[in-house]
Design a protein around this ligand. Structure first.
Ligand SMILES: Cc1cc2nc3c(=O)[nH]c(=O)nc-3n(C[C@H](O)[C@H](O)[C@H](O)COP(=O)(O)OP(=O)(O)OC[C@H]3O[C@@H](n4cnc5c(N)ncnc54)[C@H](O)[C@@H]3O)c2cc1C
Length: 427
């Protein structure tokens, strides 16, 4: 029997270590030095971050998303999901564990499509957080439809010359290298290359103009014209990792909701005894577990086939996570009353992040279209005007099966007739 929801004891020990480490070491760092992991040039802050990262490495948990031959532990997606369910609760945890976005997706592309020289040059320093990266795909005139993208590279002797504009490149300003999706390929562009012009706004997710940006030929990643395939691979992984971490956020909101419901009184009883509060708790419990099972099943499918094979499931997790986060964080915020509307708990920013989750990595609508289209490939239209499950036709066909028996036993046929009459009289 292969369906098994248990975690092997050795891995559970790792998960327990991670949970303690995050609670006791990462959470205090997050609260006092919230941007510590990004300040790689401040020695005092590095002295706080690096010993924690060393502990993670000593546990064999560094770069948990990568295969063994690329320097990660090679856990696969299912174990990664169980880990991310813990890490997603703490803002700095992914960087302390060497698995922070957007570097993870970029590293996955490099690992899958990079030449040995490219891996040596960019993958290793990215893994060691010696450099940071960003991903430039969306353009100002449109994000959901890649056919609207215009950024293009033209070959000129030993160089590619890139021209175009990109919108919402997360952490582009702080990146050392930017993966730029062009209509004719994916290029790796050092941020300080002349012609890379980062616009003053938005501040975190950058608008970047690429004006006659020249890069050597070996800065093309993967095949020429292969950008869409690389992007698909990158985003597929990224989406499921986001979903894993979203479970952690939902659970945090849920834990807070339950604690508060037991701690507050109104109209003569603790609010946990009011049925509408119970409804909020019960629905949240069911929705979080539905999301969790969907994510774990998707992770398992990737481990047992590929990201491409699991694309319908990944698309389903993508819009489901945004919905569950929205519903659960809203209920938690509501149960917190006025306190929930302040920034004195994580709930307000958690609820505010729900719409973002429905847009980043592709808007919900596009993923719903993917799911519906792929699911419909398994179906065919029915013959004639009635559907396959049209009961009169099915009953008539089923009677054919019993015809030899009825020929031998007319009494049996009478019983069938009586049952048919009774069924039709019930409408
Ligand atoms: C937090 C965050 C981080 C991001 N980081 C990056 C990054 O690092 N690099 C990068 O390149 N991009 C990044 N993005 C951009 C992201 O990929 C785009 O926002 C996304 O693809 C949607 O594109 P858009 O914003 O242009 O919206 P649009 O494509 O204009 O869509 C707007 C709305 O139109 C409707 N719509 C669009 N298409 C359809 C359809 N087919 N069917 C039905 N309705 C539709 C939907 O209501 C949708 O919400 C990030 C976005 C966010 C929010």
């Amino acid at each position: 029997m292969a369906w098994d929801f248990s975690t092997e004891p050795e891995f559970q020990e790792k998960l327990d270590w991670v949970a303690d480490f995050c609670k006791n070491e990462i959470e205090p760092l997050d609260l006092v030095f919230p941007y510590a992991v990004r300040l790689k040039r401040n020695p005092k802050v590095r002295a706080l971050v690096e010993p924690l990262q060393q502990q993670v490495k000593d546990q064999g948990l560094w770069a948990v998303f990568l295969d063994k031959e690329l320097g990660g532990p090679g856990f696969g997606q299912l174990k990664l999901a169980l880990l991310n369910e813990i890490l997603g609760r703490y803002a700095s945890a992914p960087a302390i564990f060497g698995c922070q976005a957007p570097d993870t997706g970029n590293m996955e592309m490099l690992a899958a499509y990079g030449t040995e020289e490219q891996k040596e040059r960019w993958l290793k320093p990215l893994m060691n957080q010696e450099i940071w990266s960003a991903y430039s795909m969306t353009e100002p005139q449109g994000g959901s439809d890649p056919n609207l993208f215009k950024t293009h590279a033209v070959r000129d002797g030993d160089e590619w010359v890139i021209n175009g504009e990109k919108w919402f490149t997360s952490a582009g300003r702080a990146a050392d290298i930017i993966f730029v999706m062009c209509t004719n390929g994916m290029f790796i562009v050092p941020r300080d290359t002349p012609g890379v012009e980062i616009q003053p706004y938005p501040s975190t997710h950058n608008w970047i103009k690429y004006n006659d940006v020249r890069v050597p030929l070996d800065h093309l990643l993967g095949p020429e014209d292969g950008a869409k395939v690389l992007a698909q691979r990158r985003l597929g992984g990224g989406r499921i990792h986001h979903a894993m971490r979203t479970i952690a956020q939902c659970k945090l909101a849920f834990d807070m909701m339950c604690e508060r419901a037991l701690s507050r009184e109104s109209h003569g009883k603790v609010i946990a005894e009011h049925q509408m509060v119970q409804q909020a708790i019960a629905e949240s419990y069911a929705e979080i577990n539905m999301l969790r099972l969907l994510v774990l099943w998707t992770a398992w499918t990737i481990d047992n086939s590929s990201t491409q094979e699991a694309r319908t499931q990944i698309a389903a997790t993508k819009f489901t996570m945004a919905k569950v986060l929205r519903e659960v964080s809203f209920r938690a915020l509501h149960i917190f009353g006025s306190l929930g509307t302040t920034n004195l708990t994580p709930l307000q920013s958690m609820y505010a992040s729900a719409p973002t989750m429905g847009i980043a990595d592709g808007v919900d609508e596009v993923h719903k279209v993917t799911v519906a289209r792929n699911v419909l490939k398994e179906y065919r239209p029915h013959d004639g005007i009635f559907p396959t499950e049209f009961l009169p036709a099915k009953r008539a066909a089923a009677r054919e099966k019993f015809a030899p028996l009825f020929a031998e036993d007319p009494e049996l046929e009478q019983i069938a007739d009586a049952m048919a009459q009774y069924t039709s009289s019930r409408g």
